[in-house]
Ligand binder design. Structure first.
Ligand code: PZK
Length: 318
C-alpha cells in the first residue's frame, strides 16, 4: 500500500453570524450614513465622541448590493486598527478604543452587534478634501491622464500604460460631491483655496508619508498598494487621521505575483462580485441584485485573505 498524501487547503473559518447590514442601536442618533459605514453620536452632547461602525454591506458599480458579506465589517475595522497602530509614530488618529466594554452604559445592550466592527473615535472638524495618493495609474487617474496627460494638474511622462507604476507617488486630492456623484479630482491650488496653504501642505506631506510607510509594509506581504484615500480632521488643533484607513474599500491592493501593467488589474476583493454582476447583465440601476451564496463566500474569503496578508493574523478574534 503506497503512502497516501493529503493536502488540505486552509479554509477560512465559517462565519458564526449572518451578515449585519443594518444597525439597531435603539435611540442612539445616527449622524452620518455612507454606503457601507455608519456614524453615531455617543451622546447628545455636541462634543461627544462618535461611534464609527463598519457594516457588512458591500457596494459595486456605485450601488449597495442586496446581500452583505459576513464579517466584512469586522475585517475592515481590524485592518483600520492595525494600520492606525502601524502609523502611530507618523500621525495621530481619531481612535479612542475598540473595546466595547469602554462604550457608554446605554450601548452595552448592543455589544454583540458592535463587537469588532466599531470604533469609539474623537470628533474631528473634518477637512473637506479626500486625500488620495497614487503610486500607480488606475481608475479616474488613468482616465484623466488619457484625456490630459496629467492628474490633478500634475503633468506625467508620456507613454504610461494603464496600471503602470508612476515615477514617484503623487498627491491627487478630490472634492466630495454630496449628491451621490463621484468625487472630483482637484488641483493642489484648489485645496489651498479651500483650507489655506499651511493645512494643504500638511495634508499632502502626511498623505505621501503614510503611503510610503504603508506601501513598504504591503510590499513585504506580497501586495502592491496602488492607491489609497485618507480623510483628515482637526482634533485639539492637531491634524489627525480619521475615517477608515488602508482597507480594501478605501484602497487598491494588487497581488505582486499577478501584477501585469498594460490593462486594468483584477480587484483584490470584489472581482467575484463584479464578474457575477456582469454575468447577469445587471443594468447598474437600482434595485441592486443580491448575490448567490458562492459569490458571497468567495468574496468573504478574499477579505479574510487581505486581512491575513496585511496583519499576519489568521483569526479576527486573537
Ligand atoms: C466624519 N465622515 C465621513 C465616514 C459616513 C461618513 N472623527 C470624525 N469626526 C467628525 N466627523 C467624522 C469623523 C470621522 N471619521 C467622517 N463624516 C464625518 C463618513 C463614514 C460614514 F456616513
Amino acid at each position: 500500500m503506497p503512502p497516501v498524501s493529503v493536502t488540505v487547503k486552509a479554509m477560512p473559518e465559517t462565519p458564526l453570524h449572518p451578515a449585519l447590514t443594518a444597525m439597531d442601536l435603539g435611540s442612539l442618533r445616527r449622524t452620518a450614513q455612507g454606503k457601507v459605514r455608519d456614524i453615531y453620536a455617543l451622546s447628545p452632547d455636541p462634543d461627544s465622541d462618535l461611534l464609527f461602525i463598519a457594516t457588512d454591506r458591500i457596494s459595486a458599480f456605485d450601488h449597495v448590493l442586496g446581500s452583505g458579506i459576513p464579517d466584512k465589517g469586522r475585517i475592515l475595522t481590524q485592518l483600520s486598527i492595525f494600520w492606525f497602530d502601524h502609523l502611530r509614530d507618523l500621525v495621530p488618529n481619531h481612535l479612542v478604543t475598540a473595546d466595547t466594554r469602554e462604550y457608554p452604559a446605554d450601548l452595552q445592550p448592543f455589544r454583540a452587534q458592535l463587537e469588532g466592527r466599531s470604533m469609539r473615535v474623537r470628533r474631528a472638524t473634518m477637512f473637506p478634501v479626500e486625500c488620495v495618493v497614487r503610486g500607480y495609474i488606475s481608475g479616474s487617474g488613468w482616465k484623466d491622464y488619457q484625456a490630459t496627460g496629467a492628474i490633478c494638474g500634475i503633468p506625467l511622462p508620456p507613454g504610461l500604460r494603464e496600471s503602470d507604476q508612476l515615477p514617484e507617488p503623487i498627491f491627487t486630492p478630490a472634492a466630495k460631491i454630496n449628491t451621490g456623484g463621484h468625487d472630483e479630482n482637484i488641483s493642489f491650488d484648489t485645496v489651498v483655496e479651500h483650507i489655506g496653504p499651511n493645512y494643504a501642505e500638511d495634508l499632502r506631506a502626511l498623505t505621501l508619508a503614510i503611503y510610503a510607510k504603508a506601501s513598504t509594509h504591503a510590499a513585504s506581504r506580497g501586495l502592491i498598494l496602488a492607491d489609497t484615500k485618507f480623510e483628515f480632521g482637526l482634533i485639539d488643533g492637531q491634524v489627525t487621521l480619521a475615517d477608515e484607513v488602508l482597507t480594501p474599500d478605501s484602497s487598491r491592493y494588487w497581488p505582486t505575483e499577478t501584477y501585469s501593467p498594460g490593462g486594468a488589474q483584477a480587484s483584490f476583493d470584489k472581482q467575484f462580485v463584479r464578474d457575477y454582476l456582469e454575468s447577469i447583465h445587471w443594468n447598474k440601476q437600482a434595485p441592486a441584485p443580491s448575490l448567490p451564496d458562492d459569490v458571497v463566500q468567495q468574496t468573504r474569503a478574499k477579505y479574510l485573505e487581505a486581512f491575513t496578508l496585511i496583519t499576519g493574523r489568521t483569526s479576527l478574534d486573537t
